[in-house]
Design a protein around this ligand. Sequence first.
Ligand code: SAM
Length: 282
Amino acid sequence: MATEAIEDQRREIYEIAEALAPTWEARRDDIERVCAPVREWMLRELAPREGDTVLELAAGTGDTGFEAAALVGEGGRLIASDFSPAMLEACRRRGAELGARNVEYRIIDAERIELEDHAVDGVLCRFGYMLMADPAAALVEARRVLRPGGRLALAVWGALERNPFFGIVAISLVQHGHLPPPEPPGPPAFSMASAERTSGLVAGSGFGEVRTEEVSVAFEIPDVDEYLSVVADTSGPIGLALRGLSDPDRAEIRAEAEDSLARFAAERGYALPGVVLCAVAS
Ligand SMILES: C[S@@+](CC[C@H](N)C(=O)[O-])C[C@H]1O[C@@H](n2cnc3c(N)ncnc32)[C@H](O)[C@@H]1O
């Protein structure tokens, strides 16, 4: 990607993070309910030990990192970081709520980490790399700050067609002209869905061993209004497009979403499957 395009994408992702931070924080419980299997996979594979220093990149409200903070104990340290000040403030509030004392909060751009070489024992990044304009540069940075033998655990969304939670409303919004059709190679949120591409990116960034695994998640949604509301609160450009709809446009998208959701009808509302690609590297 040309330098100018990289800067444009970085600015856009930054602005979206700043705009979404309040609702992302308000939806923390919902997000963690869906993403708990991913968080658990990442912590199991990172396997932090007492006394370790763990860096969480693109932390959002930080729940993945806070679990690492508990595992490394008082003698260890978590550096919870994000490039969005609004997200980092939300993370700080969550840390205070949990009473986490071994945490340092820092604004860090994962593509240019302001830490010494070999400064940390482990790096966590859940749903971050796929949004970055230059994930290869960010992965080189993660390798640089990791001590030799240190591990990186990451998670990115699987393919859009295997994640109907996003696909259902995204397709309607594009078809009705409320969201521009994604430019090749596709929407950033799904840019690392291929295990081959992700393994290649990680291996090409200086990691010797890479292993990927798909982790299934489940979205349990009581009704179509709650569905649209969670998407609007948490889902980047799709969410912002939904928020900007007029009442008649919203009614049209709502009707289409209701039709599409019907095939996921469950005992209470809807149950949507989802797929996350996780990777561990050292
Ligand atoms: C989808 S949210 C995920 C938040 C959290 N990791 C989670 O799993 O709940 C993406 C986060 O990545 C952050 N982010 C995107 N690009 C970044 C970059 N280059 N450096 C640091 N943070 C970044 C955003 O600010 C946002 O908080």
